[in-house]
Design a protein around this ligand. Sequence first.
Ligand code: GCU
Length: 328
Amino acid sequence: MKFKPLLTSLCVTLPLFAVSMDSLAAKVTLKLAHNLDQSHVVHQALDKMAKDLKEKSNGELNLRIYPSSQMGGPRETVEMVQNNALEMTKASASELEPFVSEFAIFSLPYLFTDEDHFKRVLYGPIGEQITAKTTDSGFKIIASYVAGTRSFYTKKPVHSPEDLKGLKIRVVPTPTTNKSMELLGASPVPIPFGEVYTAIQQGVIDGAENNIPSYYQTRHVEVAKFYTMDERVSVPDYLVISNNAWNKLSKEQQELLMQASKDSEVFQQKLWDEEVIRSKAESEKLGATFIEVDKKPFRDALAPIYDDFAKDPNLSKVMDAIKAEEQK
Ligand code: GCU
């Protein structure tokens, strides 16, 4: 319907019609859906990427972003990408585990000695080897984003694993996250990100676990006032494009998209640390208490997961490579 007036006017001015068809044919719009709030730094990085792409491609390559779970959570959007109903999405390592088992490595508690170690893995050959494997599942990863560390937040204060006993904790369900909760004496409850607020509010669960920006931006802080700084895992986010959408792009467009996605990684990293500080301060203003804890009891309780990983040939290889990276 919308195109009718345009077509009518193009048909009466034939030379213009030919020119417009050329540019219409070359113009690409990639739809990108994700589950984060617009204030999240990953959204900001994607937004900037869209602007850069538009400018550098002279309006030929466009991203149309649908934030805040408008098209569902990562489980739905990744499936849409696989079925070519959507070109791009964002998913965390945990959410990609069903496709490539090595993403589980990011759920291994206390694996990284510090942020530099984590970034060397994420942006180095180990990260590249893992992400390259998704093409067999119908999509390609074109950017990796840091997501700090995930810790528990609850309605009642948690100072040690003892305090987690019997609590119902929302997780992104994976074998490792489920086992982690069980080892800590808590019950893992799989609930979509967008439904966690109500679940805590209504007492369906006692808490969840996430990084500080997500704790604040989802306003979970309003219903779970205690954030325990156990900093167990660093689970990155990834930018995903379907093989189909990627293959339809021209060589130049692929290069532009790749460059813009690499630039977005740098931009996102720059914003992240500041965002953690800001979200923490804002959460405190809303009445949150951040509890410093001795991490050793958490580390000890979760140690059996290392034995499980050691028994898996693929995971043990990645685990050893990551440990070797620590030395560098
Ligand atoms: C973080 C992460 C998201 C993930 C979410 C969740 O916010 O950045 O990618 O979906 O946690 O726990 O569901």
